[in-house]
Structure formats: C-alpha cells, structure tokens
Design a protein around this ligand. Structure first.
Ligand SMILES: [Zn+2]
Length: 248
C-alpha cells in the first residue's frame, strides 16, 4: 500500500464517531403531504440536494458512515430510505442521489400507487425506479393505514398483500417493510415475519447495532427545516441524547 493511501486510511479510522447503523428517512420532495401540519415532510428540492451533499461528504470523511444498501443487520454505515412512494422520489430525488453514487431504498404502499393520485408513483414509474442500479424497494403496508387500526387477525393478510402486490409488479422479491405512521402495535414484528418479511423499520429515533431486532429497526428522520449541517449532526448522533431525554 502506498504511503498516501496508508495516511488516508489512518485519517479516516482516527475520526471516531458514535457507533451504529443509521437509517435516514425522507418522505416527499416538492409534493404536498397529507397531515403534514408542521411542513417537515415535504422537502424542497434545494433542501434535499444540500442534505444529500452533506451525507455524501460524511460518507467520504468517516469510514463508518459510508452510505450502504439496506441489508440485515449492519453495525455501521448510513442507509437512505424514503417512505410512501412519491413520484418525485423517481423524478427529483433519484437523479441527485445517483449523481453522488448513493444507493437508496423506497418503501411503497400499493394502495397509494393504485389511487391514481398524481403525487404518487404510477406502476410504470415504480417499475422504472426498481430497475435503477442501487435502488431497492420495500413495502409500507398495503393500504397506508396505521396497523393498530386493522384487526389483529387481519394484519398478516394486509402485510402479505403488500408483499405479493409489489413482487407481482416489479418481479423482484420483497422482504423489507416500514410501518405506516410508525405505528407498531404489540406483536407486529411477529406478524411481519409471518407475512414473509425479514426486515421492518419503525419511526423510533436512534441508531441500530447488529443486536437490534431486524423487524424493529430505528431510524433518523430528516426534515425540511434541517440545514445540511443539521442533517449531518443528526447522522453523527448529536441529536440522540436530546431525543432520549425528551422521551423520559
Ligand atoms: Zn407513510
């Protein structure tokens, strides 16, 4: 190994950060989000582009903050995810991420695709998105309703329907899901497993380790109001203690 490469390796390794696998959550880009009373889930493209650039810089600067695909179960790295399946995930977000060579994962609710609402991906857009190298697709419930509002006896069916619809549509296996509205009634991880999934993401703030239940992965929410610097500090872990204190 050349001396410069060794020096670079040393610099990267010496910049210690809080350990853990970060899963960043985005929602919509330049699209109205139902129920978004604080305006945090509809991100302007300029905000998104700045946050993506910050994530790319972190990925280069810290060896344990490399942007990585969603796979079971990581102890480090940053994974970029989107909830819901907005059309602009394909038209606006994908080009920015691909420009930086960053992989990402999109959790899609079939009912939103079938709704005909132009805010969401169409079937053909979903197929196009799923064929982009570095892009992977997961489910987000079938109907995009809080799972606690579905009778317990019907939850496995709801989750199975979502998986099968997506598999039929994109002709690829689906094994991941994020819980709509972060609603995780007791026993939902077992229902998810029974419906054929091996990975579930909730909306609880935090990083994951190899010991985290893969059906209850924690995430880091990124918002319209976050500057590039704030997005970076969230992923570095500087917000984790604030969040854990606010919950106590
Ligand atoms: Zn959602």
């Amino acid at each position: 190994m050349a001396a410069t490469a060794l020096g670079d390796l040393h610099r990267r390794a010496s910049r210690e950060t809080i350990p853990g696998w970060r899963i960043a959550t985005f929602h919509a880009i330049d699209t109205t989000v139902d129920g978004d009373i604080n305006g945090i889930y509809n991100m302007r493209i300029a905000t998104f582009a700045a946050q993506v650039a910050a994530i790319a810089r972190l990925s280069l600067a810290h060896s344990n903050l490399n942007v990585v695909p969603l796979r079971l179960n990581r102890g480090s790295g940053v994974t970029i995810t989107f909830d819901d399946g907005y059309a602009t995930t394909l038209t606006l977000a994908a080009p920015r991420l691909l420009q930086h060579g960053l992989p990402f994962h999109v959790y899609v609710s079939p009912a939103l695709v079938e709704s005909g609402d132009s805010r969401y991906l169409t079937r053909s857009q979903l197929l196009e998105l799923s064929r982009i190298p570095g892009v992977t697709i997961g489910a987000h419930g079938y109907r995009h309703v809080p799972l606690s509002t579905i009778p317990e006896s019907s939850r496995v069916q709801e989750l199975t329907d979502a998986r099968k619809w997506l598999e039929d549509t994109i002709q690829l296996p689906i094994s991941t899901m994020s819980y709509p509205f972060g609603d995780t009634p007791v026993g939902i991880d077992r229902a998810l497993e029974a419906a054929g999934y091996s990975s579930g993401a909730c909306s609880i703030w935090g990083f994951n380790s190899e010991a985290t239940n893969p059906l209850m992965l924690q995430r880091i929410d990124l918002w319209e109001g976050d500057s590039a610097r704030t997005a970076g500090t969230k992923l570095l872990g500087h917000w984790n203690w604030i969040w854990s204190r606010s919950l106590t």
